[in-house]
Design a protein around this ligand. Structure first.
Ligand code: NAI
Length: 336
């Protein structure tokens, strides 16, 4: 019988633990230790006795952390998310630690949240909800626009960008796309036209980000690119916070150049998102400023949070861990 594989799960919440327990983590020869704190160089010693660690978007798996993990005999870093910008892949490779992730899990979850953000922001549902509960039935200041007939620019037409485009297609919009690796056949099927980034920014009423965070894409939305956007345009980011230079976006909101911003991610979200900070002063001044704009809507990195996505994340992660338990040397499928 194969030995039991010990795995430390970091930054877990009750819904994560439930998804893994529902996927029968214990019955698959995997002994999970669930921690609510994040993995970093400072906390990595807690992985002692484990061959694998399982991390999420805000665990900081930098070179110093990887070195501690390697010293403890950890052989696998399993991300239970798609993005891997928080892991030092070169350091992991140098220490012979494989890195795996969940490349695809319900792109519908994120795409549908994107559309939910747009509709909520545009039709001011968040404000209307509070107003009506306060018995204020006035419509003052709640005027939105028809999405029908508008131009929607999708930056990054991978799995999530494609589903988002297909959903937007149902509204009767003109679809523009920008991606260094265009998919012409798919684009033809939903009437999306690929254009340059500048053309997309200049022509779109709504711009939605669906690209990964890489050194090249950091601050894709900055002072210059924001200034090329249409006056009054709406910007939506459900991908990664650092795709946007927050200072530039705040400036554009103050002048009215941006008509609205919907964010599920924020560049300094680590340590803030996923936690209850009510009752304490918010220390992040830019996030505080963003929260003062009536035309800014922020959710706390919840686009992935559907039953279906959580089940797929747990299932793929357990498959990844099982492969380690089966003694695979891990070339194919690893990010190394
Ligand atoms: P994917 O890998 O299927 O697609 C990404 C697309 O972006 C590819 O077509 C790629 O060619 C394109 N791309 C790369 N660099 C680009 C650039 N500089 N400009 C324009 N396009 C570029 O990834 P998927 O599954 O669609 O996910 C996209 C992102 O969504 C992830 O990287 C992750 O950061 C984010 N995400 C957010 C979640 C949330 O809960 N808010 C959940 C899951 C993913």
């Amino acid at each position: 019988m194969k030995p039991v594989l010990a795995v430390t799960f970091y930054d877990t919440k009750p819904y994560d633990q439930k998804a893994f327990l529902d996927a029968a983590v214990g019955e698959q020869g995997i002994k999970g230790h669930f921690y609510d704190f994040r993995l970093s160089a400072e906390t990595a010693a807690s992985a002692a006795g484990c061959e694998a660690v399982c991390v999420f978007v805000n665990d900081r798996v930098d070179a110093a952390c990887v070195e501690v993990l390697a010293g403890l005999g950890v052989r696998l870093i399993a991300l239970r998310c798609a993005g891997f910008n928080n892991v030092d892949l070169a350091a992991a490779k140098a220490h012979g630690i494989a890195v795996v992730r969940v490349p695809a899990y319900s792109p519908h979850a994120v795409a549908e949240h994107t559309v939910a953000l747009l509709l909520t922001l545009n039709r001011q549902i968040h404000r209307a909800y509070n107003r009506v509960r306060d018995l204020n039935f006035s419509l003052h200041g709640l005027v939105g626009f028809d999405v029908f007939g508008k131009t929607v620019g999708i930056i990054g037409t991978g799995k999530i960008g494609q589903v988002a485009a297909e959903v937007f297609c149902g509204f009767g919009v003109r679809l523009l796309g920008y991606d260094p690796f265009p998919k012409p056949e798919w684009a033809a099927s939903c009437g999306l036209q690929y254009v340059s980034l500048d053309e997309l920014l200049a022509a779109s009423d709504i711009v939605s980000l669906h690209l990964p965070l890489t050194p090249q894409s950091k601050y894709l939305i900055n002072e210059q690119t924001v200034s090329r956007m249409k006056r009054g345009a709406i910007l939506i980011n459900t991908s990664r916070g650092k795709l946007i230079d927050t200072t530039a976006v705040i400036d554009a909101l103050k002048t009215g150049h941006l008509g609205g911003v919907a964010l599920d991610v924020y560049e300094e979200e680590e340590g803030i998102f996923f936690e209850d900070h009510s009752g304490r002063p918010l220390q992040d001044d830019e996030l505080s400023r963003l929260l003062t704009f009536p035309n800014v809507l922020i959710t706390s990195h919840q686009a992935f949070l559907t039953h279906e996505a959580l089940a797929q994340i747990a299932s793929t992660t357990l498959d990844n861990l099982q492969r380690l338990r089966n003694g695979e040397t891990w070339k194919e499928g690893s990010l190394l």
